[in-house]
Write a protein that binds this ligand. Structure first.
Ligand SMILES: [Zn+2]
Ligand SMILES: [Zn+2]
Length: 244
C-alpha cells in the first residue's frame, strides 16, 4: 500500500526511519510528546479496569454456560453474529469520533482517551510495543458497566426470568467480548511477526480485522476504514470496490 505508514517491512526498518527523523514514527517530536502524557495514574486505571473486567467476564461466562439449553441454539447464533456486527460498527463510530473531534487539550478525556488515537496516526507501530494492560485498559473500562449489569441479573433474577432473557444476554455478552478485545485485535493487525497461527487464521478468514485491510486507514488523511474489529470491514471493502 503506497503511503501506508506501517507494514511488513516497516518494523524491521524502524531504526533507519527514526534516524532520518521523519514525519512519523517513534522519534517524531509529536509522538514523543503524546507518549509522555501516559501517566502512572492512567496506568493504575488500566490495571484496575483489566482485572475487574476479566473477573466479571469469567463470572458471567460461567453463569451463561450453566444456563445453556440446546433449544436456545438458533437464537444464540443470531445473537452472537449480531453482537459481533454491532461491536464492529461501534468500534468504527468511536474511532471516527476520536480521530475527527476534540483534541488532547480537552480536560480528562483529551489526555486519557483522545491521545492514544492521535499518537497512533503519528506512530502506528507504538501499539505493537504496548503491553496487554496498556492495549486493553480503556476498552475494559468501557465494558465494565454492562458486565456489572449482567452479573447483577445473574445474582438477582429467578431461573425462569433468566431462561427468557438467555438469547439476549448471549448477544450482549458477545458485544462485550468483541468490544473488550477491539484494541487487541487492532494491535494484531499491526503485528507482522510472531503472531500465533490461530490469530493469523482468524485474520485470513476475516473473523477479526485483517492486516492488509487496516493498512488502508493508515494512509493520510485517515478518513476511511474506521471499523477495527471484525466483519463490517468486509462491507467497507465491498463498498469501496463498488465506488471504484
Ligand atoms: Zn485512526
Ligand atoms: Zn491502526
Amino acid at each position: 500500500m503506497a503511503g501506508a505508514e506501517d507494514g511488513p517491512g516497516q518494523q524491521l526498518e524502524l531504526d533507519e526511519d527514526e534516524a532520518s527523523c521523519c514525519r512519523w514514527g517513534a522519534q517524531h517530536a509529536g509522538a514523543r510528546e503524546l507518549a509522555a502524557l501516559y501517566s502512572p495514574g492512567k496506568r493504575l486505571q488500566e490495571w484496575c479496569s483489566v482485572i475487574l473486567c476479566f473477573s466479571l467476564i469469567a463470572h458471567n461466562l460461567v453463569h451463561l454456560l450453566l444456563l445453556a439449553r440446546w433449544e436456545h441454539t438458533p437464537l444464540v447464533i443470531v445473537g452472537v453474529v449480531a453482537g459481533a456486527l454491532i461491536a464492529d460498527f461501534l468500534s468504527g463510530l468511536v474511532h471516527w469520533g476520536a480521530d475527527t473531534w476534540g483534541s488532547v487539550e480537552l480536560p480528562i478525556v483529551g489526555k486519557a482517551f483522545i491521545r492514544p488515537f492521535r499518537e497512533h496516526h503519528i506512530d502506528p507501530t507504538a501499539i505493537t510495543r504496548h503491553d496487554f494492560i496498556e492495549t486493553n485498559g480503556d476498552n475494559c473500562l468501557v465494558t465494565l458497566l454492562p458486565l456489572l449489569n449482567m452479573a447483577y441479573k445473574f445474582r438477582t433474577h429467578s431461573p425462569e426470568a433468566l431462561e427468557q432473557l438467555y438469547p439476549w444476554e448471549c448477544f450482549v455478552f458477545c458485544l462485550i467480548i468483541f468490544g473488550t478485545l477491539t484494541n487487541q485485535i487492532h494491535k494484531w493487525s499491526h503485528t507482522y511477526f510472531g503472531l500465533p497461527r490461530w490469530v493469523t487464521l482468524l485474520q485470513d478468514w476475516h473473523v477479526i480485522l485483517p492486516r492488509k485491510h487496516h493498512r488502508i486507514h493508515h494512509v493520510s488523511p485517515h478518513e476511511t476504514y474506521f471499523c477495527i474489529t471484525t466483519v463490517l470491514c468486509l462491507l467497507e471493502k465491498t463498498q469501496s470496490r463498488v465506488a471504484e
